[in-house]
Design a protein around this ligand. Structure first.
Ligand SMILES: [Zn+2]
Ligand SMILES: [Zn+2]
Length: 268
């Protein structure tokens, strides 16, 4: 069974395809469970910096388009379509998300950290004049704090994302540099019963040592997200399945109205 539970549509400023086009691609790829998860980044509205003026999502439009695509899909497509959101955490965004998220009846909420020290770390400007240690330790502290978000969420996304566009000569974020912080985060994910995501957009996150540490600490809940923005549904799915089975994971977590179901990780 092929699943993908982190997918962007044209309702994200950086997404391309309509939801019905994504459904068409999913059916073609033999995907049987797909959750769309567009960006909801309140920081952009409340003083955060991005190098380009991202358009903020219109949740009503997103929901209307999703309902239409769901209906058009029908019962016999072999694809179960679910409605999700990628909620960008920050201390400022928390209260807005707490108020807004319950109004949309999401199947799955992804908890993400994109902003560190006021900047979206997607952009090089986020790193200007900031030594690696300052930026990375603050990222980890943000992730730790995000786990106590006052709203319902299911998945902890792309843990380690801060390194993606980092300009440092050695941009790796190693367990040995922050063992206590890493363990606090991983133990909290486990204690709260959240699923840690394996994200295959460009670089895989988390890194091998962090994923193995999660497993060693008792973490078993894992979700799969291609984080597709332009037709990359289920990217590296077969490789990821083999890799996770090798570590010892047996099931992916998927969510319907925040209720978890387990899907056996297939052997190809
Ligand atoms: Zn993200
Ligand atoms: Zn995403």
């Amino acid at each position: 069974m092929k699943i993908d539970t982190h997918v962007h549509t044209r309702n994200s400023a950086d997404g391309r395809d309509s939801i019905s086009e994504i459904c068409r691609q999913a059916v073609e790829k033999g995907i049987s469970f797909l959750c769309t998860t567009d960006h909801l980044d309140y920081d952009l509205k409340y003083g955060g910096h991005a190098a380009v003026p991202w358009k903020h999502i219109d949740l009503d439009e997103y929901k209307a388009e999703w309902l239409e695509a769901k209906e058009a899909l029908g019962e016999d497509s072999g694809l179960e379509l679910r409605f999700g959101i990628e909620a960008g955490w920050s201390k400022k965004a928390e209260k807005h998300l707490e108020e807004l998220l319950p109004r949309y009846d999401f199947d799955q909420v992804i908890n993400s950290v994109h902003f560190v020290l006021g900047w979206d770390v997607y952009f090089p400007q986020a790193f200007w004049f900031k030594p690696k240690k300052r930026l990375y330790s603050q990222y980890l502290k943000n992730v730790l704090e995000s786990l106590d978000a006052p709203y319902e969420y299911d998945v902890v996304a792309h843990f380690g994302y801060v390194t993606r566009n980092a300009p440092y000569k050695d941009k790796s974020l190693n367990y040995s540099d922050y063992p206590e912080l890493f363990d606090k985060i991983l133990l909290k994910v486990i204690e709260k019963g959240k699923a840690l995501e394996i994200n295959t957009h460009k670089t895989w996150y988390p890194t091998d040592e962090i994923l193995r540490r999660y497993y060693a600490l008792g973490g078993r809940k894992i979700s799969f997200g291609s984080d597709s923005h332009r037709g990359q549904l289920c990217e590296d799915y077969e490789k990821v399945c083999a890799y996770l089975l090798d570590i010892g994971f047996t099931h992916f977590s998927v969510f319907r109205k925040h209720v978890e179901s387990l899907v056996e990780i297939p052997r190809f």
